[in-house]
Ligand binder design. Structure first.
Ligand code: ATP
Length: 215
């Protein structure tokens, strides 16, 4: 079983291809998409309501019997730490072989996550390529015990990001072919991403908000 955490604001084809390639590479029966309530690295940034992010995920993965959406981090409340989620999964599934799916950008910041060494004791890391991120260089910088637990996932790098989608919506531009039609419809129906992005203190966030979303 693999855990795939993120903010998913919104989910897009980069996420879905990474999950699918991971499923194939590690012969996974289940991929658990886990939207974070609050990402540790984005505590000041406003995310869309959890209910919206959950619903978009459900629409996006509904036709894949191996993909599931979990509300565990949303319901737990507070900042979402991957190590807490992995321990909860371990308690629920003591015999399961656990994997954690992440993109190359997230691996780059991995040592800043809470208890990275404990994370790799619980699971192996399935890491997908992402344009502009050099996976080999990132691997070379990681401590041995972490690097040894990384399984690179062969995938065509896709330059899709949630922040780019949000910006396109705000600018009235097309997001067709970046995320499934059902997600596009949901975004339109609920008028998501039309307002300038703001931090919790009300100041406007810059257009090219930081990629990463580590946990
Ligand atoms: P944002 O643009 O808002 O930073 P994002 O598109 O990076 O968001 P997240 O929800 O932060 O999406 O990402 C969740 C996980 O998916 C992370 O591990 C990230 O590395 C990975 N990921 C996101 N987009 C891609 C992509 N295009 N290719 C490979 N991995 C991706």
């Amino acid at each position: 079983m693999a855990l795939f955490g993120g903010t998913f604001d919104p989910v897009h084809y980069g996420h879905l291809r990474l999950a699918e390639e991971s499923r194939e590479a590690a012969v996974l029966e289940r991929v658990l998409f886990m939207p974070a309530r609050v990402s540790p690295f984005r505590t000041a940034e406003r995310l869309s309501d959890a209910a919206h992010r959950l619903q978009m995920l459900r629409l996006a993965v509904g036709d894949n019997p191996s993909f599931e959406v979990s509300e565990l981090e949303i319901q737990r409340g507070g900042v979402s730490y991957t190590i807490d989620t992995l321990r909860a999964l371990r308690a629920a599934y003591p015999d399961a072989e656990l994997f954690l799916i992440l993109g190359a950008d997230a691996l780059q910041g991995f040592m800043a996550w809470r208890e990275p060494h404990s994370i790799v004791r619980e699971c192996r890391l399935l890491v997908g390529a992402r344009p502009d991120y050099d996976l080999q260089a990132t691997l070379a910088q990681l401590p041995d015990p972490i690097r040894q637990r990384v399984l690179p996932v062969p995938m065509t790098p896709l330059g899709v990001s949630a922040s780019d989608i949000r910006q396109r919506v705000r600018l009235g531009r097309s997001i067709r072919y970046l995320t499934p039609p059902s997600v596009i419809e949901y975004i339109q129906q609920h008028r998501l991403y039309l307002e300038p992005e703001r931090y919790d203190d009300g100041t406007e966030a810059s257009n090219d908000s930081e990629r990463g979303g580590g946990r």
